[in-house]
Structures are given as structure tokens and as C-alpha cells.
Ligand binder design. Structure first.
Ligand SMILES: *Cc1c(COP(=O)(O)O)cnc(C)c1O
Length: 222
């Protein structure tokens, strides 16, 4: 069996075991940044249909070779406002929205009839990382997005800070999960809690994640 196929199967099995326990449907996004289109094709042939990319130019290059495949593309990288048009035209989801200006532009340029699925990127660590809005600002931001007709608010996304203790990670997850549960009550479209990467996806699932973004565990080191 091809290595990528083997990895997909392994990750899926692990997720399956956990989702049985949590009785939830867990979505797996294969993060293909730094991988070529044939690696993506291998994963696709192994049944993987959702892929995440961080860099617009790189994603567009690869998409040219994968046009006929039924892939759901998620944008998961930092967003510059001059890239909003192409992002809104080429992706089904954008998981890293953390500025109103960006939300407005994605809405403005989304020409497809199906709305663009949006996750608000939240900064859940105390570090001064640049990406993500603070927990306190999410409600206000969610209200803005929910009023943009070409966007559909699906949930929240975060990249926890790297810590060695699982207890510290769990407290980061918890703040996001609480927020997610509240948003779900206010917005019927909200159904996505996106946390968990190669090194922490099982712990993230145990703590409420229903979408995980995995690169290294599927494709190998970048
Ligand atoms: C690169 C990346 C991932 C995947 O990371 P791995 O550790 O390789 O699984 C997930 N989410 C985001 C936002 C990323 O940039």
C-alpha cells in the first residue's frame, strides 16, 4: 500500500475510535501545504475529499492539475486583503477569518450561489500571536458575519500554542469549546469546532473538536 494511503487509513481509524466514544461525526481536513498535486491525488484515491491549503498561489498551481476531482478546499492560512477575490472564488471554506475588512471582502467577491463557509479564527493562547481575534470579540464579530449574505458562519477555529503539558492544552480547548457551544445556540448554521493537528488531534477530539486539520501525519514531514 502507498504510504499516504496507509497514513490516511491509520488517522481515520484513530478518529473513528474516538468518534465512537464521543458519538460525533468528525471531519478530517488533509493539510496539503508543501505537498505536490500527486501527493494530493494519492490521498484522494484513498478516499480523502477535504483538503486544506495555507498559501493561495501554491494552492492555485496545484488545483490546475486536480480540477476534475470532487475536492472540498479549505483555506487555512493568513489572509491578505488583495487575495480575497481569488480565495472566495477558489475555496469552499475559509477557516482563518479574523478581521471585519476581510469578511466584507470575501462576501463582496463571492460570486457563486453557494455561500462561502466561514470559521472565525480565535486566539486561545495567552501568547502575543498575531492571528486570531480575542475570545471577548467573537460575539460581535459573529454578528457581523451572520449579516453578510454570501457568507455562512460555520464555527470557530484555533491553533493552540505549543505546550508540553496536556493540561495546559486542555484549558485552551475548553475556552474555545465554551464559546462554540454559545455560538451554536445563537446561530443555527454553526456546527464546526476546528482544533487539532497532527500532534494533538486525539486530545482535541476528546475535548470537543469535530473538525481536525492534519498534515504531517498524512503526508510526512514538510
Ligand atoms: C500546517 C497546518 C496544519 C497541519 O499541521 P500538522 O502539524 O502538519 O498536522 C493545521 N492547521 C493549520 C492552520 C496549519 O497551518
Amino acid at each position: 500500500m502507498h504510504k499516504i494511503e496507509e497514513n490516511i487509513k491509520f488517522v481515520r481509524d484513530e478518529i473513528e475510535k474516538n468518534s465512537l466514544r464521543t458519538e460525533k461525526d468528525i471531519r478530517l481536513v488533509a493539510v496539503s501545504k508543501g505537498q505536490n498535486y500527486s501527493a494530493i491525488k494519492s490521498a484522494y484515491d484513498a478516499g480523502q475529499k477535504i483538503f486544506g491549503e495555507n498559501y493561495l498561489q501554491e494552492a492555485l498551481e496545484k488545483k490546475k492539475f486536480l480540477e476534475n476531482l470532487d475536492i472540498e478546499w479549505h483555506f487555512i492560512g493568513p489572509i491578505q486583503s488583495n487575495k480575497c477575490k481569488l480565495i472566495s472564488e477558489n475555496f469552499s471554506w475559509v477557516q482563518t477569518v479574523d478581521r471585519i475588512k476581510i469578511a466584507n471582502k470575501l462576501n463582496q467577491y463571492r460570486a457563486l450561489e453557494i455561500p462561502l463557509n466561514i470559521c472565525i479564527q480565535v486566539n486561545i493562547s495567552d501568547e502575543n500571536t498575531k492571528s486570531g481575534i480575542s475570545l471577548n470579540d467573537v460575539n460581535q464579530f459573529a454578528k457581523v458575519i451572520s449579516n453578510l449574505k454570501n457568507l455562512k458562519l460555520r464555527g470557530v477555529m484555533a491553533i493552540p500554542s505549543k505546550v508540553n503539558q496536556s493540561q495546559a492544552l486542555i484549558s485552551q480547548y475548553k475556552s474555545l469549546r465554551d464559546l462554540y457551544e454559545k455560538l451554536k445556540i445563537s446561530y443555527s448554521s454553526v456546527d464546526t469546532l476546528s482544533i487539532g493537528m497532527s500532534s494533538d488531534y486525539l486530545l482535541a477530539i476528546e475535548n470537543g473538536a469535530n473538525l481536525v486539520r492534519i498534515g504531517t501525519k498524512i503526508f510526512g514531514a514538510r
